[in-house]
Design a protein around this ligand. Structure first.
Ligand code: FAD
Length: 456
């Protein structure tokens, strides 16, 4: 079986390795660097920068722990250099995996010619045609930059440019209070930039419960990050000194830079989809069935190209399922328990339904919660902000959860397993959790569902 994959982000590269392990002859076409958005300009670089910001915060709070470190300074240039080094090491890791799995990596821009042929245009202008039995599309997404924002990559930037700035700007308006806006907004705030976040919805992190967003907002206020909600941008004027942003309520914001983080759209450019009759939905995603096959037999699509959450772990999982299906298995892509993580301080992590969604859908539910403040481990590490909240249905099955607080993104896995397997609060709460750990907050929240939390 010959498989051609266009795009080597998490969707494409994990599909390639799985297909090779299952015995396929695999070719991957990548126009840029392997690892895609996630590794080069997304998950890994943002978290590398946030790790530096965490070290800074810890250092500034060292005296509370009896440790004295009188002269803490930051150098964004060195933070960026550390990030670049880390990224290039991981890129080499994927290239090594390709080599060791016998995957053929072709550099260039891929385009569909027919349901078995992909044309590759190389940097030197030469063109090559690759014929295979199955094709996987995994070309990801790009930031949405409507014309009215006058994106220029210098004063009006997206996350891509923000991740390469060597000097923190004095001030920055962040348009969009979703995951990327909150993470980068807080990072630059900690680097000394005066940050103003503008969000159209009633709250930041609009998909999460209001109580969750409020906890993060409280921290933003402490850090003097200004947040406008239920407000949009009416006009953007780029000048020599910076950007003048007029909000819909008439407020005028002046800043050295503006970061656009209003979402991303599937990257379909140049793939030649219409010519082949591959169906695209109204929001511009490629339509796929449960097995991730497009409307054209033998051509599959995954990751940010399709209408599932634009997350690396979703893309990877879909890549693996698509690879198995291209090789004759009949796996279904299920998105019941997709973790949603925000790597701010405090971190935010959630899975399954939110409380507002349960109310909207008329699902009878019960809540259990526990504050980190009451937990020994949280006191030990000096991170007492936040809460674990668990949502169960009539049968006590965990259908959703959110965590705001230290290591929330790592802690969430236990609750993701519960939602994935349909475990009850009683069963999961019965498990002995190690002491003293942050995971005890989950156990206490599960007990709280039945009014049996010992420490609440
Ligand atoms: P991509 O990773 O976008 O890869 C697509 C690849 O296809 C790219 O390498 C591109 O160069 C290549 N390509 C495109 N067109 C062609 C063509 N015609 N020919 C050849 N190659 C082509 N997700 C998380 O889960 N956790 C996070 O913490 C997180 N943080 C993020 C932070 C930021 C700032 C951003 C922007 C995104 C973040 N994401 C995060 C989202 C995550 O990066 C994406 O969901 C994920 O990378 C999607 O994977 P993909 O394989 O679908 O596409």
């Amino acid at each position: 079986m010959r498989i051609t994959i266009i795009g080597a982000g998490p969707g494409g590269y994990e599909a390639a390795i799985m297909a090779a392990k299952l015995g396929a002859e695999v070719t991957v076409i990548e126009k840029n660097v392997v690892g895609g958005t996630c590794l080069n300009i997304g998950c890994i670089p943002t978290k590398a920068l946030l790790a530096s910001a965490d070290v800074l915060t810890t250092s500034l709070e060292a005296a509370k722990f009896g440790v004295f470190n009188d002269h803490t300074t930051v150098d964004l240039k060195q933070i960026i250099e550390r990030k670049d080094k880390l990224v290039s090491g991981l890129v080499k890791g994927i290239e090594f995996l390709f080599e060791s799995n016998g995957i053929n990596l072709v550099r260039g821009i891929g385009k569909l010619i027919d349901f078995q042929t992909v044309e590759v245009k190389h940097d030197d202008g030469s063109v090559e045609k690759l014929v295979s039995d199955k094709i996987l599309l995994a070309t990801g997404s790009a930031p949405i930059c409507p014309e009215m924002f006058h994106y220029d990559g210098k004063k009006v930037i997206t996350s891509t440019e923000a991740l390469a700035l060597k000097m923190p700007p004095k001030s920055m308006v962040v348009v969009g209070g979703g995951v990327i806006g909150c993470e980068l907004g807080q990072f630059f705030s900690r680097m000394g930039t005066k940050i103003t976040i503008v969000e159209m919805a009633d709250q930041i992190l609009m998909v999460e419960d209001e109580s969750v967003a409020k906890q993060l907002l409280r921290q933003f206020k402490r850090e003097k990050i200004k947040v406008f909600t239920a407000n949009g941008v009416a006009d953007v004027n780029v000048q020599d000194a910076g950007v003048v942003v007029t909000l819909k309520n008439g407020e005028i914001l002046e800043a050295e830079m503006m970061l656009l983080s209003i979402g991303r759209s599937s990257y379909l450019k140049g793939l030649n989809l219409e010519e082949l009759g591959i169906k695209i939905d109204r929001q511009g995603h490629i339509e796929v069935d449960d097995t991730l096959e497009t409307s054209v037999k033998g051509i599959y699509a995954v990751g940010d190209l399709i209408n599932t959450p634009f997350l690396a772990h979703v893309a990877s999982k879909e890549g693996i399922i698509a690879a198995e299906n291209m090789l004759g298995k009949n796996k279904t892509a299920v998105h019941k328990a997709v973790p949603r993580c925000v790597y701010t301080d405090p971190q935010v992590a959630a899975v399954g339904v939110t409380e507002k969604e349960a109310q909207k859908r008329g699902i009878p539910y019960k809540i259990g919660s526990f504050d980190f403040r009451a937990l020994g481990k949280a006191q030990i590490i000096g991170k007492i902000q936040g809460q674990v909240k668990v949502i169960v249905d009539e049968k006590d099955v965990v259908i959703g959860a959110s965590i705001v607080g230290p290591e929330a993104t790592d802690l969430l896995t236990e609750l993701t397993v519960a939602v994935h397997l349909g475990l009850t609060a009683a069963v999961l709460g019965d498990v002995i959790h190690p002491h003293p750990t942050l995971s005890e907050a989950i156990m206490e929240a599960l007990h709280d569902v039945h009014g049996k939390s010992i420490n609440k």
